[in-house]
Design a protein around this ligand. Structure first.
Ligand code: URA
Length: 440
Protein backbone atom coordinates (compact mmCIF):
# COMPACT_ATOMS: atom_id res chain seq x y z
CA UNK A 1 0.00 0.00 0.00
CA UNK A 2 1.48 3.37 -0.90
CA UNK A 3 1.62 6.46 1.29
CA UNK A 4 -1.05 8.29 -0.77
CA UNK A 5 -3.61 5.60 0.10
CA UNK A 6 -2.70 5.88 3.78
CA UNK A 7 -3.04 9.66 3.45
CA UNK A 8 -6.70 9.13 2.35
CA UNK A 9 -7.35 7.07 5.51
CA UNK A 10 -5.61 9.68 7.65
CA UNK A 11 -7.74 12.51 6.25
CA UNK A 12 -10.92 10.44 6.72
CA UNK A 13 -10.00 9.88 10.37
CA UNK A 14 -9.05 13.53 10.85
CA UNK A 15 -12.33 14.72 9.29
CA UNK A 16 -14.35 12.12 11.21
CA UNK A 17 -15.75 10.65 8.01
CA UNK A 18 -16.02 6.90 7.66
CA UNK A 19 -12.76 5.17 6.66
CA UNK A 20 -12.93 3.43 3.30
CA UNK A 21 -13.41 -0.25 4.27
CA UNK A 22 -11.30 -1.63 1.41
CA UNK A 23 -8.45 0.76 2.11
CA UNK A 24 -8.55 -0.06 5.82
CA UNK A 25 -8.37 -3.78 5.00
CA UNK A 26 -5.40 -3.20 2.63
CA UNK A 27 -3.73 -1.09 5.32
CA UNK A 28 -4.01 -3.92 7.88
CA UNK A 29 -2.63 -6.47 5.40
CA UNK A 30 0.28 -4.20 4.47
CA UNK A 31 1.08 -3.65 8.15
CA UNK A 32 1.01 -7.42 8.80
CA UNK A 33 3.39 -8.09 5.90
CA UNK A 34 5.55 -5.03 6.75
CA UNK A 35 5.02 -3.75 3.20
CA UNK A 36 4.30 -0.21 4.23
CA UNK A 37 6.31 2.86 5.15
CA UNK A 38 6.62 3.18 8.92
CA UNK A 39 6.10 6.96 8.74
CA UNK A 40 2.69 6.42 7.13
CA UNK A 41 1.65 3.95 9.85
CA UNK A 42 2.78 6.43 12.46
CA UNK A 43 0.64 9.17 10.88
CA UNK A 44 -2.41 6.92 10.85
CA UNK A 45 -1.86 5.92 14.49
CA UNK A 46 -1.51 9.55 15.55
CA UNK A 47 -4.75 10.44 13.69
CA UNK A 48 -6.68 7.60 15.38
CA UNK A 49 -5.18 8.47 18.76
CA UNK A 50 -6.14 12.14 18.41
CA UNK A 51 -9.61 11.79 16.82
CA UNK A 52 -10.87 8.32 17.73
CA UNK A 53 -12.82 6.12 15.30
CA UNK A 54 -16.38 4.79 15.36
CA UNK A 55 -17.52 1.54 17.00
CA UNK A 56 -18.07 0.06 13.54
CA UNK A 57 -14.57 1.01 12.39
CA UNK A 58 -13.07 -0.36 15.63
CA UNK A 59 -14.88 -3.59 14.90
CA UNK A 60 -13.57 -3.73 11.34
CA UNK A 61 -10.04 -2.99 12.54
CA UNK A 62 -10.28 -5.74 15.17
CA UNK A 63 -11.60 -8.28 12.67
CA UNK A 64 -8.96 -7.36 10.09
CA UNK A 65 -6.17 -7.68 12.67
CA UNK A 66 -7.58 -11.00 13.91
CA UNK A 67 -7.47 -12.41 10.37
CA UNK A 68 -4.02 -10.97 9.59
CA UNK A 69 -2.55 -14.25 10.90
CA UNK A 70 -3.63 -17.74 11.87
CA UNK A 71 -6.95 -18.27 13.64
CA UNK A 72 -7.28 -21.45 15.71
CA UNK A 73 -10.41 -23.33 14.72
CA UNK A 74 -12.28 -25.84 16.86
CA UNK A 75 -14.91 -28.36 15.84
CA UNK A 76 -17.07 -26.92 18.62
CA UNK A 77 -15.85 -23.81 20.44
CA UNK A 78 -18.66 -23.56 22.96
CA UNK A 79 -16.36 -24.65 25.81
CA UNK A 80 -13.26 -22.81 24.55
CA UNK A 81 -12.61 -19.83 26.84
CA UNK A 82 -10.05 -17.31 27.98
CA UNK A 83 -9.50 -14.25 30.12
CA UNK A 84 -7.64 -10.99 29.61
CA UNK A 85 -6.56 -8.56 32.28
CA UNK A 86 -5.47 -4.99 31.61
CA UNK A 87 -2.69 -5.53 34.15
CA UNK A 88 -2.27 -5.13 37.86
CA UNK A 89 0.30 -5.46 40.62
CA UNK A 90 0.43 -9.06 41.86
CA UNK A 91 -2.06 -10.06 39.15
CA UNK A 92 -1.19 -13.73 38.75
CA UNK A 93 -4.68 -14.95 37.81
CA UNK A 94 -3.85 -16.62 34.49
CA UNK A 95 -1.49 -19.10 36.17
CA UNK A 96 -4.39 -20.45 38.23
CA UNK A 97 -7.34 -19.77 35.94
CA UNK A 98 -6.14 -22.00 33.09
CA UNK A 99 -5.61 -25.16 35.21
CA UNK A 100 -8.72 -24.55 37.38
CA UNK A 101 -10.98 -24.22 34.32
CA UNK A 102 -9.30 -27.15 32.56
CA UNK A 103 -9.95 -29.25 35.68
CA UNK A 104 -13.61 -28.12 35.56
CA UNK A 105 -14.04 -29.24 31.93
CA UNK A 106 -13.35 -26.08 29.87
CA UNK A 107 -10.63 -25.59 27.26
CA UNK A 108 -8.20 -22.69 27.64
CA UNK A 109 -5.82 -21.91 24.72
CA UNK A 110 -4.29 -18.87 26.42
CA UNK A 111 -2.01 -16.42 24.68
CA UNK A 112 -0.28 -14.12 27.13
CA UNK A 113 2.19 -11.26 27.17
CA UNK A 114 5.32 -10.12 28.93
CA UNK A 115 5.46 -7.37 31.55
CA UNK A 116 4.28 -3.95 30.47
CA UNK A 117 5.29 -0.80 32.35
CA UNK A 118 4.97 -1.38 36.08
CA UNK A 119 2.80 -4.50 35.70
CA UNK A 120 4.11 -8.05 35.43
CA UNK A 121 3.43 -10.42 32.53
CA UNK A 122 2.23 -14.01 32.68
CA UNK A 123 4.98 -15.18 30.33
CA UNK A 124 7.76 -13.69 32.47
CA UNK A 125 6.24 -15.37 35.52
CA UNK A 126 6.02 -18.81 33.87
CA UNK A 127 9.54 -18.51 32.50
CA UNK A 128 10.85 -18.35 36.06
CA UNK A 129 10.01 -22.07 36.24
CA UNK A 130 13.12 -23.97 35.06
CA UNK A 131 12.47 -25.40 31.57
CA UNK A 132 9.03 -23.82 30.99
CA UNK A 133 8.60 -23.13 27.25
CA UNK A 134 6.08 -20.50 26.18
CA UNK A 135 6.99 -20.56 22.48
CA UNK A 136 4.14 -22.64 21.09
CA UNK A 137 2.86 -22.39 17.52
CA UNK A 138 -0.91 -22.26 16.98
CA UNK A 139 -0.77 -25.94 15.91
CA UNK A 140 1.07 -26.88 19.10
CA UNK A 141 -1.37 -24.84 21.20
CA UNK A 142 -4.33 -26.61 19.65
CA UNK A 143 -2.79 -30.07 20.09
CA UNK A 144 -1.96 -29.41 23.76
CA UNK A 145 -5.44 -28.06 24.50
CA UNK A 146 -7.04 -31.06 22.78
CA UNK A 147 -4.93 -33.37 24.94
CA UNK A 148 -4.88 -31.68 28.38
CA UNK A 149 -7.36 -28.77 27.98
CA UNK A 150 -5.01 -25.84 28.63
CA UNK A 151 -1.85 -24.12 27.54
CA UNK A 152 -0.27 -20.72 28.11
CA UNK A 153 1.80 -19.47 25.18
CA UNK A 154 3.55 -16.22 24.34
CA UNK A 155 2.07 -13.98 21.69
CA UNK A 156 3.95 -14.60 18.48
CA UNK A 157 4.08 -13.50 14.85
CA UNK A 158 1.75 -16.27 13.69
CA UNK A 159 -1.19 -14.76 15.59
CA UNK A 160 -2.51 -11.29 14.67
CA UNK A 161 0.82 -10.14 13.15
CA UNK A 162 -0.63 -6.72 12.29
CA UNK A 163 -0.72 -6.05 16.05
CA UNK A 164 3.02 -6.76 16.39
CA UNK A 165 4.05 -3.77 14.26
CA UNK A 166 1.20 -1.48 15.34
CA UNK A 167 1.96 -2.12 19.01
CA UNK A 168 5.70 -1.51 18.56
CA UNK A 169 5.03 1.81 16.80
CA UNK A 170 2.38 2.84 19.35
CA UNK A 171 4.93 2.23 22.07
CA UNK A 172 7.43 4.72 20.63
CA UNK A 173 4.90 7.30 19.41
CA UNK A 174 2.95 7.70 22.65
CA UNK A 175 -0.24 6.39 21.09
CA UNK A 176 -0.77 3.43 23.44
CA UNK A 177 -3.67 4.96 25.36
CA UNK A 178 -6.30 5.01 22.64
CA UNK A 179 -9.55 3.15 23.26
CA UNK A 180 -10.01 1.75 19.71
CA UNK A 181 -6.33 0.82 19.41
CA UNK A 182 -6.27 -0.98 22.78
CA UNK A 183 -9.55 -2.71 21.91
CA UNK A 184 -8.36 -3.95 18.52
CA UNK A 185 -4.99 -5.04 19.89
CA UNK A 186 -6.38 -7.11 22.75
CA UNK A 187 -9.53 -8.51 21.16
CA UNK A 188 -7.90 -9.44 17.81
CA UNK A 189 -5.43 -11.72 19.61
CA UNK A 190 -8.05 -13.28 21.88
CA UNK A 191 -10.42 -13.80 18.92
CA UNK A 192 -7.63 -15.57 17.00
CA UNK A 193 -7.73 -18.28 19.72
CA UNK A 194 -11.15 -19.25 18.36
CA UNK A 195 -12.96 -18.56 21.65
CA UNK A 196 -16.58 -19.17 22.52
CA UNK A 197 -16.44 -17.08 25.72
CA UNK A 198 -14.16 -14.45 27.19
CA UNK A 199 -13.94 -12.66 30.51
CA UNK A 200 -12.14 -9.33 30.71
CA UNK A 201 -10.68 -7.98 33.93
CA UNK A 202 -10.40 -4.22 33.55
CA UNK A 203 -8.33 -2.90 36.43
CA UNK A 204 -9.19 0.46 37.92
CA UNK A 205 -7.27 2.47 40.51
CA UNK A 206 -3.98 4.13 41.39
CA UNK A 207 -1.87 1.16 40.23
CA UNK A 208 -3.87 0.49 37.03
CA UNK A 209 -3.61 1.99 33.55
CA UNK A 210 -7.18 3.24 34.01
CA UNK A 211 -7.44 5.23 37.23
CA UNK A 212 -11.01 6.49 36.92
CA UNK A 213 -14.00 4.14 36.99
CA UNK A 214 -15.61 5.90 34.03
CA UNK A 215 -12.47 5.37 31.88
CA UNK A 216 -12.26 1.71 32.90
CA UNK A 217 -15.95 1.25 32.02
CA UNK A 218 -15.52 2.97 28.64
CA UNK A 219 -12.64 0.61 27.81
CA UNK A 220 -14.68 -2.36 29.02
CA UNK A 221 -17.66 -1.35 26.84
CA UNK A 222 -15.44 -0.92 23.81
CA UNK A 223 -13.79 -4.35 24.25
CA UNK A 224 -17.03 -6.16 25.10
CA UNK A 225 -18.69 -4.61 22.01
CA UNK A 226 -15.86 -5.58 19.65
CA UNK A 227 -15.63 -9.15 21.00
CA UNK A 228 -19.41 -9.67 20.83
CA UNK A 229 -19.47 -8.47 17.22
CA UNK A 230 -16.99 -11.29 16.53
CA UNK A 231 -19.41 -13.78 18.07
CA UNK A 232 -17.60 -14.21 21.39
CA UNK A 233 -19.80 -14.25 24.49
CA UNK A 234 -17.99 -11.64 26.61
CA UNK A 235 -18.30 -10.10 30.07
CA UNK A 236 -16.01 -7.48 31.62
CA UNK A 237 -15.38 -7.17 35.33
CA UNK A 238 -14.08 -3.84 36.60
CA UNK A 239 -11.91 -4.57 39.63
CA UNK A 240 -10.15 -2.42 42.18
CA UNK A 241 -6.38 -1.99 41.75
CA UNK A 242 -4.89 0.25 44.44
CA UNK A 243 -3.79 -2.42 46.87
CA UNK A 244 -1.45 -5.24 45.68
CA UNK A 245 -3.25 -8.48 44.86
CA UNK A 246 -2.63 -11.30 47.33
CA UNK A 247 0.59 -11.84 49.27
CA UNK A 248 3.16 -12.00 46.50
CA UNK A 249 4.44 -9.49 43.93
CA UNK A 250 7.25 -10.39 41.50
CA UNK A 251 7.71 -13.04 38.88
CA UNK A 252 8.83 -16.22 40.66
CA UNK A 253 7.10 -15.10 43.86
CA UNK A 254 3.79 -14.92 41.97
CA UNK A 255 4.32 -18.48 40.73
CA UNK A 256 4.79 -19.43 44.39
CA UNK A 257 1.59 -17.58 45.35
CA UNK A 258 -0.33 -19.27 42.54
CA UNK A 259 0.84 -22.72 43.55
CA UNK A 260 -0.27 -22.01 47.11
CA UNK A 261 -3.78 -21.20 45.80
CA UNK A 262 -3.75 -24.39 43.70
CA UNK A 263 -2.65 -26.30 46.83
CA UNK A 264 -5.83 -24.85 48.40
CA UNK A 265 -3.73 -22.85 50.80
CA UNK A 266 -3.41 -19.46 49.13
CA UNK A 267 -4.40 -15.89 49.83
CA UNK A 268 -8.13 -15.20 50.10
CA UNK A 269 -7.75 -12.02 48.01
CA UNK A 270 -6.14 -13.87 45.09
CA UNK A 271 -8.68 -16.65 45.33
CA UNK A 272 -11.54 -14.13 45.31
CA UNK A 273 -10.46 -12.59 41.99
CA UNK A 274 -9.62 -15.83 40.19
CA UNK A 275 -12.91 -17.31 41.41
CA UNK A 276 -14.91 -14.37 39.99
CA UNK A 277 -13.34 -14.96 36.60
CA UNK A 278 -13.67 -18.76 36.62
CA UNK A 279 -17.23 -18.52 37.92
CA UNK A 280 -18.22 -16.12 35.14
CA UNK A 281 -16.88 -18.43 32.45
CA UNK A 282 -18.41 -21.56 33.97
CA UNK A 283 -21.83 -19.87 33.96
CA UNK A 284 -21.41 -18.30 30.49
CA UNK A 285 -20.58 -21.70 28.99
CA UNK A 286 -23.48 -23.27 30.96
CA UNK A 287 -21.14 -25.76 32.58
CA UNK A 288 -22.60 -24.42 35.82
CA UNK A 289 -26.27 -23.47 36.22
CA UNK A 290 -25.57 -20.73 38.75
CA UNK A 291 -22.68 -18.77 40.27
CA UNK A 292 -23.11 -20.84 43.45
CA UNK A 293 -22.70 -24.11 41.57
CA UNK A 294 -19.69 -22.68 39.71
CA UNK A 295 -18.17 -21.77 43.07
CA UNK A 296 -18.67 -25.36 44.26
CA UNK A 297 -16.95 -26.70 41.14
CA UNK A 298 -13.97 -24.38 41.71
CA UNK A 299 -13.71 -25.32 45.40
CA UNK A 300 -13.97 -28.98 44.41
CA UNK A 301 -11.02 -28.97 41.97
CA UNK A 302 -8.90 -27.02 44.45
CA UNK A 303 -9.76 -29.30 47.37
CA UNK A 304 -9.21 -32.61 45.54
CA UNK A 305 -5.94 -31.56 43.87
CA UNK A 306 -7.13 -31.86 40.26
CA UNK A 307 -6.38 -28.19 39.48
CA UNK A 308 -2.87 -28.54 40.90
CA UNK A 309 -2.40 -31.75 38.90
CA UNK A 310 -3.51 -29.87 35.74
CA UNK A 311 -0.94 -27.16 36.44
CA UNK A 312 1.75 -29.84 36.80
CA UNK A 313 0.62 -31.51 33.57
CA UNK A 314 0.76 -28.15 31.75
CA UNK A 315 4.33 -27.60 33.04
CA UNK A 316 5.42 -31.02 31.78
CA UNK A 317 3.75 -30.54 28.37
CA UNK A 318 5.52 -27.21 28.10
CA UNK A 319 9.02 -28.53 28.73
CA UNK A 320 9.48 -28.86 32.51
CA UNK A 321 11.14 -32.15 33.57
CA UNK A 322 8.50 -34.37 35.24
CA UNK A 323 10.52 -34.74 38.48
CA UNK A 324 10.98 -30.95 38.65
CA UNK A 325 7.27 -30.35 37.97
CA UNK A 326 6.44 -32.79 40.78
CA UNK A 327 8.75 -31.00 43.19
CA UNK A 328 7.42 -27.60 42.02
CA UNK A 329 3.88 -28.43 43.04
CA UNK A 330 5.00 -29.93 46.37
CA UNK A 331 7.83 -27.62 47.44
CA UNK A 332 7.84 -24.64 45.05
CA UNK A 333 10.45 -22.70 47.07
CA UNK A 334 13.06 -25.37 46.28
CA UNK A 335 12.52 -25.21 42.51
CA UNK A 336 11.99 -21.47 42.00
CA UNK A 337 14.90 -19.00 41.88
CA UNK A 338 15.68 -17.25 45.16
CA UNK A 339 17.08 -13.75 45.67
CA UNK A 340 20.49 -13.15 47.28
CA UNK A 341 18.90 -11.16 50.11
CA UNK A 342 15.56 -10.87 51.86
CA UNK A 343 15.11 -7.69 53.91
CA UNK A 344 12.28 -7.44 56.39
CA UNK A 345 10.58 -4.06 56.65
CA UNK A 346 9.04 -3.27 60.02
CA UNK A 347 6.13 -1.01 60.74
CA UNK A 348 7.07 2.32 62.32
CA UNK A 349 3.64 2.64 63.99
CA UNK A 350 0.71 0.55 65.19
CA UNK A 351 -2.71 0.52 63.53
CA UNK A 352 -5.08 -1.07 61.06
CA UNK A 353 -3.68 -1.48 57.55
CA UNK A 354 -5.77 0.86 55.39
CA UNK A 355 -3.61 0.99 52.25
CA UNK A 356 -0.50 -0.57 50.79
CA UNK A 357 0.68 1.46 47.83
CA UNK A 358 0.82 -1.10 44.99
CA UNK A 359 2.28 1.43 42.56
CA UNK A 360 5.17 2.28 44.92
CA UNK A 361 6.03 -1.41 45.40
CA UNK A 362 5.81 -2.10 41.65
CA UNK A 363 8.10 0.81 40.84
CA UNK A 364 10.71 -0.33 43.38
CA UNK A 365 10.54 -3.96 42.22
CA UNK A 366 10.95 -2.82 38.59
CA UNK A 367 13.99 -0.71 39.51
CA UNK A 368 15.55 -3.76 41.16
CA UNK A 369 15.04 -5.88 38.03
CA UNK A 370 11.52 -7.36 38.27
CA UNK A 371 10.33 -5.38 35.22
CA UNK A 372 11.63 -3.85 32.02
CA UNK A 373 12.37 -0.28 30.95
CA UNK A 374 13.23 -1.17 27.33
CA UNK A 375 11.68 -3.92 25.23
CA UNK A 376 14.88 -6.03 25.14
CA UNK A 377 15.73 -5.73 28.85
CA UNK A 378 15.91 -9.04 30.66
CA UNK A 379 14.18 -9.40 33.98
CA UNK A 380 15.38 -10.92 37.24
CA UNK A 381 12.66 -13.42 38.21
CA UNK A 382 13.42 -13.68 41.92
CA UNK A 383 12.97 -9.96 42.72
CA UNK A 384 9.77 -8.97 44.50
CA UNK A 385 7.80 -8.67 47.70
CA UNK A 386 5.95 -10.78 50.18
CA UNK A 387 3.26 -8.74 51.90
CA UNK A 388 2.39 -10.11 55.32
CA UNK A 389 -0.79 -8.34 56.54
CA UNK A 390 -4.11 -8.31 54.75
CA UNK A 391 -5.94 -5.04 54.27
CA UNK A 392 -7.69 -4.28 57.58
CA UNK A 393 -5.34 -6.33 59.80
CA UNK A 394 -4.01 -4.70 62.95
CA UNK A 395 -0.23 -4.49 63.13
CA UNK A 396 1.98 -3.28 65.98
CA UNK A 397 4.97 -0.97 65.85
CA UNK A 398 8.08 -3.04 65.06
CA UNK A 399 6.10 -5.83 63.41
CA UNK A 400 7.37 -7.03 60.01
CA UNK A 401 4.86 -6.13 57.26
CA UNK A 402 6.96 -6.68 54.14
CA UNK A 403 9.77 -8.97 52.97
CA UNK A 404 11.74 -7.51 50.06
CA UNK A 405 13.49 -10.15 47.93
CA UNK A 406 16.39 -8.40 46.23
CA UNK A 407 19.93 -8.92 44.88
CA UNK A 408 21.27 -5.36 45.01
CA UNK A 409 21.66 -3.25 48.15
CA UNK A 410 18.70 -1.06 49.11
CA UNK A 411 19.58 2.65 49.09
CA UNK A 412 18.28 5.14 51.63
CA UNK A 413 15.66 6.69 49.33
CA UNK A 414 14.19 3.28 48.55
CA UNK A 415 14.04 2.49 52.27
CA UNK A 416 12.07 5.72 52.83
CA UNK A 417 9.71 4.82 49.94
CA UNK A 418 9.18 1.36 51.41
CA UNK A 419 8.39 2.75 54.85
CA UNK A 420 5.90 5.18 53.28
CA UNK A 421 4.16 2.52 51.21
CA UNK A 422 2.01 1.35 54.12
CA UNK A 423 -0.80 3.46 55.56
CA UNK A 424 -2.30 2.72 58.95
CA UNK A 425 -5.51 3.89 60.52
CA UNK A 426 -6.43 4.23 64.16
CA UNK A 427 -9.88 2.78 63.43
CA UNK A 428 -10.89 -0.61 61.97
CA UNK A 429 -11.18 -0.57 58.19
CA UNK A 430 -14.39 -1.29 56.36
CA UNK A 431 -13.60 -4.25 54.10
CA UNK A 432 -14.60 -3.93 50.45
CA UNK A 433 -14.43 -6.60 47.75
CA UNK A 434 -12.42 -6.22 44.57
CA UNK A 435 -15.36 -6.23 42.14
CA UNK A 436 -16.55 -2.70 41.31
CA UNK A 437 -18.95 -3.32 38.40
CA UNK A 438 -19.71 -5.57 35.46
CA UNK A 439 -20.29 -4.80 31.77
CA UNK A 440 -21.91 -7.36 29.52
N1 URA B 1 -2.12 -5.17 25.82
C1 URA B 1 -2.16 -5.38 24.49
O1 URA B 1 -1.95 -6.49 24.03
N2 URA B 1 -2.46 -4.34 23.69
C2 URA B 1 -2.70 -3.10 24.14
O2 URA B 1 -2.96 -2.22 23.37
C3 URA B 1 -2.64 -2.88 25.54
C4 URA B 1 -2.35 -3.94 26.36
Amino acid sequence: MNSDDVEILVSQVTNSTKMDANLLQQFIESVASHKIELGAVEKWLRAVHANGISVEETSQLTKGMMHSGEVISWLDNSLVVDKHSTGGVGDKMSLMLAPILAACGLKVPMLAGRGLGHTGGTIDKLESIPGFNCSLSPVEMKKQVEEISCCIAAQNDAIAPADGLLYAIRDVTDTIDSLPLITASIISKKAAEGLGALVLDVKCGAAAFMQRQSDAEDLAKSMVGAAKRLGINTVAQITQMDYPIGRFVGNSLEVLGSIKVLQNNGSADTLEIVSFQCQELLVMTKLADSPELAREMISGVLADGTALEKFKQMCVYQGVRPDIAQQLVQEPEIVLPQSAMVTEIKSEESGYVSEIDAMALAVIARRHGAGRFAIDDSIIPEIGFEILPNRGDYISEGEVWLAFHHNDDIDEDTMIELNQAIHLSGKPIQQTGRLISKIS
